[in-house]
Design a protein around this ligand. Structure first.
Ligand code: ATP
Ligand code: MG
Length: 377
């Protein structure tokens, strides 16, 4: 399909944009956005959408697989913020309802005042979705799924067997009335690639993702299950003491105004990604300067020209994105920084990698997500 598409697009002179599709699934999004803009060539692109969509869908699947593996190995870059997980639960509730189907009754119980936790809400939502899919699969003839969040102070006794300190936790549990698990399945359920599902149906990464992500957030996960008696998975996250991040309250509406004319330095070594990100920002009225690696980025920053925003890949050749960001801060203390990363093993191993007031966006990202993130810096 990509072949057909390339052929057609070559005719349209857009070969360059296509080259990235095989390598970087995310450029597919940008392609879709940019194609209709080419007026007068519309006829050539008719019917191409479905090929592009197919390319995006397969790239998404690959990306979600990679992210689940990284989650398990706890090497993903978490975008942690103080947040109210009941907001996330309400946000994914419609999706969970569709996922579970008509035969499963979904009940959601949220307290009025849930303590805050420090976590990556995107990962939290993926974890919920993974648990809901497992629950649905365990209830082929229907049943009920209960999603509950509550505040939970835990004593040292209650935390025996874990490496966690006594204190306040938030528990989010997902309970089903499905087939349940025998003890030998419970004991292996978190293992990556452990699945009891037929070949092609389960990768065995759902619970390992949940486990890795919760551990990386300083919490732990428990499974209560008996054969024939349903399953409850409990995720417990430590209560956050800080106040909620102001960012968490911003709306999803793309900020269009007030950004025009702002100067952005984009440092990205992947030519296709850089070109598309630059095009996207220019379309929205930003003034963009590009750098192909860390050395060039620093040379540009050494000039007297002022920048409002630095958008840099983490894994740059030469000085890495964080070093570029630190240098930019030294030169222009008010500069806003957004780091882009595919996996950021480094960021995860060193929790302080993300410096003060630096935001992170994980590739692949949608154009809208990038624009929102840049506008919200
Ligand atoms: N709610 C549940 N009820 C019964 N068994 C479960 C439940 N959740 C998980 N399991 C068991 O644990 C195994 C591992 O779950 P996990 O989510 O890690 O992988 P999977 O669901 O098999 O595949 P994937 O999530 O990658 O599609 C499942 O195959 C199943 O045997
Ligand atoms: Mg699963």
């Amino acid at each position: 399909q990509v072949h057909v598409q390339r052929h057609v697009l070559t005719a349209g002179g857009a070969q360059q944009r296509l080259d990235g599709l095989d390598r970087d699934g995310h450029v597919g999004h940008l392609l879709v956005e940019r194609l209709p803009a080419r007026e007068g060539q519309q006829a050539r692109y008719d019917g191409i959408d479905k090929y592009v969509e197919a390319g995006i869908a397969s790239a998404r699947r690959a990306s979600s697989l990679t992210q689940r593996l990284l989650a398990f190995s706890r090497r993903q870059a978490l975008d942690q913020k103080v947040s109210d997980v009941s907001v996330s639960i309400q946000a994914v509730e419609p999706l969970l309802r569709t996922t579970c189907g008509e035969n499963v009754a979904l009940n959601v119980h949220l307290p009025d005042a849930l303590w805050r936790v420090r976590t990556d809400t995107h990962q939290f939502e993926s974890a919920l979705l993974n648990l809901a899919i497992n629950a649905r699969d365990a209830m082929p003839d229907g049943g009920s799924l209960s999603l509950r969040a509550r505040n939970m102070p835990l004593s040292a006794d209650e935390l025996a067997g874990t490496d966690l300190a006594p204190g306040d936790y938030v528990e989010v549990s997902v309970a089903d009335t499905g087939v349940g698990m025998p003890p030998e399945v419970v004991s292996r359920a978190f293992d990556p690639f452990f699945t009891t599902k037929p070949i092609g149906q389960g990768t065995g990464l759902g619970l390992s993702m949940v486990y890795g992500y919760i551990r990386q957030s300083g919490g732990y996960v428990l499974i209560d299950s008996r054969e024939g008696a349903g399953t409850t998975v409990r995720m417990r996250l430590p209560r956050a003491t800080e106040d909620i991040a102001p960012e968490a309250a911003t709306s999803d509406a793309p900020a269009e105004t007030g950004q025009r004319g702002q100067r952005v330095l984009v440092a990205e070594d992947d030519e296709v990604v850089r070109m598309l990100v630059v095009d996207l920002l220019r379309d929205r009225g930003y003034v963009v300067v590009e750098a192909v690696d860390g050395t060039q980025a620093m040379a540009i920053l050494a000039q007297p020209t002022h920048f409002d925003i630095l958008l840099t890949d983490v894994g740059l050749p030469g000085p890495n994105g964080r070093q570029v960001a630190d240098y930019a801060r030294e030169r222009m203390p008010a500069i806003r920084v957004l780091l882009m990363t595919g996996y950021a093993a480094q960021a995860a191993t060193d929790a302080h990698f993300l410096g003060h007031e630096m935001a992170l966006i994980v590739k692949p990202f949608d154009p809208d997500a990038l624009i929102r993130k840049v506008a919200g810096l």
